[in-house]
Design a protein around this ligand. Sequence first.
Ligand code: AMP
Ligand code: GLY
Length: 425
Amino acid sequence: MNVLLIGSGGREHALAWKLKQSPLLTTLFIAPGNAGTALCGTNVPIAVDNFPALAQLVRSEKIKMVVVGPEDPLVKGISDYFKEQDDLRWVGVIGPDAAGARLEGSKDFAKQFMEKFNIPTARYRTFSVGKGDALGDATAFIGTMKPPYVLKADGLAAGKGVVILNDPEQAAGELAAMFAGKFGSAGKKVVIEEFLDGIELSVFVLTDGDSWVLLPEAKDYKRIGEGDAGLNTGGMGAVSPVSFADHTFMNKVKERIIEPTINGLRVSGIRYQGFIFFGLINVKGEPFVIEYNVRLGDPESEVVIPRIKSDLLELFSAAADHKLRGMQLEISEESAATVMLVSGGYPGDYQRGLPISGLEGESGGIIFHAGTTIRDKQVVTNGGRVLALTSIDSTWEKALIKSYKAAKDISFDGMYYRRDIGFDL
Ligand code: AMP
Ligand code: GLY
């Protein structure tokens, strides 16, 4: 089977690495991919939201399966687009329709969905520009809450749309900035919610809309600085499994969160084939949903996927054909850890095009490329998050030691990484 994978980050390299191992795979195309995905298949320079060009590639290469990595094309309706083409509606697409992608594309939709289906999440209210005195009402609402105040731009804001502040005046100022267009149209509607104090984890399922399989869970480290200090990033490292996600906790997650979500989608008439990423928080042993994403996480994928022993392409085919029922995922007992090497200055401004050396090192781990490209036969940096160094061992502590050892072999100008991944477990 020929497969098209859409995206260009570490998640996509991890997916490409796994798909390449499938006996069902004939040729893998990645659009647009990076220097790492080029080792697993054929990169094609098409943007993730150029649907007509992607559809043309699917036609010309007789592709039977499209796997969508990032959220942006899903929110823009790539799955719907393929279903609307008479000759392409039989192509399997891993990723929900635009209706399902609203779980990630609109925080207000996600909160209403959770409220409707009784899924545990923080109490909230939504305020919209143009609906009464939104700023006055929202500021008054803040006055009734205890700090910290959690403000969320409704739409996609490149991971920057959540602001948590302790001071009510600062919160009111931030709100005014969001309403004034700080995040463009994404912030014209703002969810204000209760702050939940706990420890976060990422849980993933693959669903065909009725049945689902649980993937390994992971813990992501989002802040740029050690000890979880400084600005939010896309993720600086991850470990899997997560020690506190024991049998009792995961049973609560399945009963209170996963099952009601899948049922809620079904009764809402949303056909969902793809991944659901539950961004959860453990508050004194009780799971709450912080957010939904409609894709796999990054860098979570770089620890989740290497622990999956089953054939991913077989699972994707089952999900696309609505035949996931009864399928089991075989998961390695071993632990995985990944450390993200990032560009100097990230998550602020940073340089691109810097040569990377040491990629041929024999660390025994896996080097997943995130922001890389090839220029004049040389692998160079091409993003804030550059490489994810994944290792596997009997414990994640041992795996981490290997990843940190591997990091010593690699260099590019300004390279930075956190040396405390897993510190809070
Ligand atoms: P998001 O962009 O939705 O992933 O949110 C970014 C981060 O904000 C999350 O990973 C949490 O660390 C934090 N966050 C979001 N909502 C809450 C909440 N209600 N309580 C505490 N932390 C939150
Ligand atoms: N690592 C968090 C995310 O992928 O959204």
